[in-house]
Design a protein around this ligand. Structure first.
Ligand code: PLP
Length: 441
């Protein structure tokens, strides 16, 4: 009997003992093609010795230096190398231990910015339904994913939500004309209803991750949203925890639309899973405003020297290995091949994505886009069939109406080979046929 409180207790978990490139092996010798990159985390590939060495080197030199007592060469170098890649002016990087911490930090930073400017009434956060920002209470309140919120409802409710743009299920009668702009109007309406002087920030994922399954907005969305936020003095927080560091085929998801957020959060791909690393980044303007009065915040493990060394080594791999470009090119191929392979599958409603961040939505009825009932657990069935065949996929259930809806994601490492891409397409197809098709004519 195990003494671990596992994430999953309803089935035995295989024991991972080795990982290399795009594959993970368990203790029984079974190979898994990690088309999920864990949880859309691993960009540079598993088993990178250089990154492991950077960790050892830094830990041997200085493993821990508290952020209120020291800075470190690793941290200074990492931030300096990252800064030119970030979609903002004179960025300042605040490293933390993961995506949820990065989001908490971003929300507090937005509040602190307004306080520093004497705008003390601005405290409200607007986020979107169909979004995920983390599982700590502030980040969970921003998240628009009802099943995750439900048990903790009594602790939540401060954050205001507007809809996310989802072209596959667009509610506007003018679709596909001007959908992005109409969403920006909904955001503006929410700001006006709340009272513009009370709104601190709007937080959203540039491309929605696991809540909807790799959903990119129409091109008009981000420019229109940026304009609304700027006009009302509302800070725009781009949550790039999943989309950052090359996942969408650009350094940051924001880059696809020339979006310049005021604050940006990252995690996952920043360290490719080699270290628990998250980042909150703000523009120089925000930093200058905040720094005079101080930022009442901090974590014991923020500004980690080892985390920075690992982040820097991962950044070098992405940059020197041309891996962001690889994500774009391989992503285009994977999207095309999946779309072709699944074109005649009766329960495949949509195949979409950007770079190596791809979503497949399954529906009970292709014409009406009616979802399966969540109780049928179609997503879980596909994932189980894939796992059985040695393919790891990432679940995105609930996207059709917040509760029902079946989707899953592919987000493999950017070093995935041509043969592995073909394997991913074939095994994904087979898993869908096995789990979603036979019982349903
Ligand atoms: C967009 C986004 N924000 C925040 C988070 C939370 O990150 P973490 O799980 O590292 O706390 C996630 C995790 O999936 C995410 O996808």
């Amino acid at each position: 009997m195990s003494s671990v409180f596992h994430r999953v207790e309803n089935r035995p978990l295989p024991v991972a003992v080795r990982a290399e490139g795009s594959c993970v092996w368990d203790a029984e010798g079974k190979r898994y093609l990690d088309a999920a990159g864990g949880a859309i985390v691993v960009g540079i590939g598993h088993g990178d010795r250089d990154v492991a060495a950077s960790m050892e080197e830094q830990a041997s030199a200085v493993a821990f230096a508290h952020g209120t007592q020291f800075t470190t060469p690793a941290l200074e170098a990492y931030a300096a190398e990252l800064a030119p890649l970030l979609p903002m002016e004179a960025p300042r990087v605040y490293p933390v231990s993961g995506g949820s911490e990065a989001v908490e930090t971003a929300l507090k930073l937005a509040r602190t910015y307004h306080l520093a400017r004497g705008d003390s009434g601005r405290h409200k956060v607007i986020a979107r339904w169909g979004s995920y920002h983390g599982n700590t209470l502030g980040a969970l309140d921003a998240s628009g994913r009802p099943p995750l919120r439900a048990p903790y409802g009594p602790w939540l409710g401060r954050v205001v939500h507007v809809p996310a743009a989802n072209e596959y299920r667009c509610p506007f009668d003018t679709h596909p004309q001007g959908c992005g702009e109409r969403h920006a109007e909904l955001l503006e309406r929410a700001i006006l209803e709340e009272g513009p002087d009370s709104v601190a920030c709007f937080i959203a994922e540039p491309v929605v991750g696991a809540t909807l399954g790799a959903v990119a907005p129409p091109d008009g969305y981000w420019p229109a949203v940026r304009e609304v936020c700027s006009r009302h003095g509302v800070l725009l927080v781009a949550d790039e925890v999943m989309t950052g560091f090359g996942r969408t085929g650009a350094w940051f998801g924001s880059d696809h639309w020339g979006l310049r957020p005021d604050i940006l959060t990252a995690g996952k791909g920043a360290s490719s899973g080699y270290w628990p690393l998250g980042l909150t980044v703000c523009s120089g303007e925000i930093f200058e405003a905040v720094v005079a009065g101080g930022f009442v915040h901090g974590f014991t493990n923020s500004h980690s020297a080892v985390g920075a060394a690992v982040g820097r080594a991962v950044l070098a791999k992405l940059r020197d290995g041309g891996l962001v470009e690889a994500s774009r090119i391989k992503g285009e191929r994977l999207l095309k091949e999946l779309s072709e392979a699944l074109a005649d599958e009766p329960h495949v409603g949509d195949v979409r994505g950007l770079g190596l961040m791809i979503g497949i939505e399954l529906v009970a009825d292709r014409q009406t886009k009616a979802p399966f009932a969540r109780a049928e657990h179609v997503t879980e069935g596909v994932l189980a069939a894939a796992r059985e065949s040695g393919l790891l996929l990432y679940p995105s259930p609930g996207g059709a109406d917040g509760t029902n809806g079946d989707a899953f994601m592919l987000g493999p490492p950017f070093v995935i080979t041509d043969e592995e891409l073909t394997e991913a397409v074939e095994k994904t197809h087979a898993a869908i046929v096995a789990a979603a098709s036979p019982a349903r004519p």
